[in-house]
Structures are given as C-alpha cells and as structure tokens.
Write a protein that binds this ligand. Structure first.
Ligand code: B1M
Length: 215
C-alpha cells in the first residue's frame, strides 16, 4: 500500500477502496496521522481543485467526502489519547456554523482535540447561534470552536460570538475559529480569541490561549 493509492481512492470517491487501503496502511505500520495528513487531506484538496476547474461537481464531492469519512472512522479510535492532562482542561463545544454543511475539517479538529485530552462535544454542521450557546451552558464548556468552509457562511461566525455576549458568557469562553476561508485577520475582526489554519495548529493555539488565560 502506498499513501498515494489512498489519496487516489479519496479523489475517486471510492469508499470501499479507501477502507481497504486504510486497513492495509495500518497493517503496514503507517501512523494514523501520516495517513490523514499525507493522503486523506491532500486527496480532498485535489477534489476541491477539480471542482474549481469544473471537472468535478457536487456528486463527486459527496462521494469523496464519504470515502474520507470512512477512512477517518477507522483511524479515529487509533489516535492516541493523552490522558495526562484530561480533566484539567476545559470542555470544548465545536460545530460548523449555520448554513454550512461541510463537516470533515471540523471532525478532524474535534479528533485532534480529543487526542490531546480534551472532552469535546460536537454539535455537527449547520448549527445556529442559539444552539451553540445552549450547548456551552449545558456542557459548562470553556472553549467554543467554530468552523466555516464557505465565504458566505463564515459571516455567520460573529452572530455566535454576539449570542455568547448576550448570554453574558463571552468572558468565560475562549472562542477559536477556523476553516479554509477564515483568516487570522478575520478572527481578530470578529472578536474571536484565536484562529487555526489546520487541525494540529488548533490544538497548539488553544493550549497557548488557555495558558495565557491562566497566567
Ligand atoms: Co463544498 N465547497 N460546497 N462541499 N467543498 C468547498 C469548500 C469549495 C472551496 C470548493 C471549491 O470551489 N474549490 C467551495 C467554497 C467556495 C467559497 O465559499 N469560497 C465549495 C462550495 C462552493 C460548495 C457548495 C456551495 C457547492 C454547490 O452546492 N454548488 C455546497 C455548499 C453546501 C453548504 O454547505 N451549504 C458545497 C457542498 C459540499 C458537499 C456537501 C458536497 C461536500 C461536503 C461534505 C462534508 O463535509 N460532509 C463538499 C466538499 C467535500 C468540499 C471540498 C471539496 C472539501 C472540503 C473538505 O472536507 N476538505 C471543498 C474544497 C476544499 O476544501 N479544497 C469544498 C478537507 C478538510 C480536511 O479541510 O475543511 O479545510 P478543511 O479543514 C481544515 C482547515 O480548514 C481547518 O482544519 C481542517 C483540518 O486541517 N479547520 C479548522 C476547519 N475547521 C476548523 C475549525 C477550527 C480550526 C481549524 O476551529 C478552531
């Protein structure tokens, strides 16, 4: 098994092949994160490029997403959970903002945070500001992570921050945002505490923000 075969299975939208190759990759000793970062993510990136060039349409994107989710489903339980600091850490509520159905990147961020020992409550995609606030209250969360993949839905992020403020929770919750169209500048502009460009950085950024808050 080669990583490029797994990447190709995602690009082709072949879930069965992606599943078989993921299992083969594990048997061959590839670390789960290597398969994610060097095969699955580049595969989805290529799908996006083909969509841009109008070689792929929504059905192809859906098939690719299914292949990627199948592979991630196998890898997720294998991402090592660092137990050492679990319990000391604030709970995280995560979701994709209203109007946006993209959830793969958000799922990866959730997986990486869980792997780093955070307790994560994933609200899924197309989440309203009210639902985010409700979940922060219900779960007594100290972190809210928002994802958006569309330029037309990232503009729904400020409404979530505003809803937190209206519920008098803004000072108690660290808000991190991310997703392909989101930038550090935009994060600052809407009053988020942090921005992460990818799932691994999300963990680092959050660690930094929480350490700064304690200090
Ligand atoms: Co859509 N789509 N899509 N799509 N789709 C994009 C995003 C697009 C860039 C494709 C393109 O044109 N090249 C484009 C957006 C253009 C724009 O707004 N600038 C687009 C479009 C236009 C659309 C539709 C409007 C198409 C249509 O219907 N005509 C439609 C919108 C539906 C909606 O949401 N209302 C649509 C639909 C879909 C599908 C449903 C078919 C499917 C999603 C399936 C699913 O997620 N369950 C889909 C897919 C698969 C894509 C692409 C090909 C892949 C997205 C993905 O999963 N990437 C995408 C093209 C692309 O991204 N290159 C595209 C892999 C993933 C690992 O990366 O999500 O970026 P990403 O996540 C990264 C980082 O961004 C970051 O970490 C992740 C891991 O490293 N990150 C965070 C993400 N969230 C974070 C949160 C954080 C921190 C970091 O919080 C702290």
């Amino acid at each position: 098994m080669e990583l490029r075969d797994l990447e190709a299975a995602v690009i082709e939208g072949n879930a069965r092949k992606a599943e078989a190759l993921t299992r083969e990759g594990l048997a061959a000793g590839f670390p789960p994160l290597t398969m994610i970062n060097q095969a699955l993510v580049p595969g989805m990136h290529e799908v996006g490029e083909r969509f841009k060039r109008e070689e792929y349409y929504v059905p192809e994107m859906l098939l690719a997403a299914r292949a990627m989710r199948t592979a991630l489903g196998i890898l997720k339980p294998l991402l090592a959970v660092s137990e050492s600091r679990a319990g000391e850490r604030p709970r995280v509520v995560i979701g994709t903002v209203q109007g946006d159905l993209h959830d793969i990147g958000k799922n990866l961020v959730a997986m990486m945070l869980e792997g780093a020992g955070y307790e994560v409550f994933d609200l899924g995609a197309n989440v309203s500001p009210e639902r985010f606030v409700e979940a922060v209250v219900e779960r007594e969360a100290g972190v809210l992570a928002l994802s958006a993949l569309l330029t037309t839905t990232m503009t729904n992020m400020p409404a979530v921050i505003e809803a937190l403020r209206a519920a008098n929770l803004r000072d108690r919750v660290v808000v991190v945002v991310g997703g392909a169209p989101v930038t550090d500048r935009y994060a600052r502009q809407i009053g988020a505490d942090g921005f992460a460009s990818d799932a691994a950085t999300a963990v680092d950024i959050l660690e930094g923000l929480l350490t700064a808050r304690v200090a």
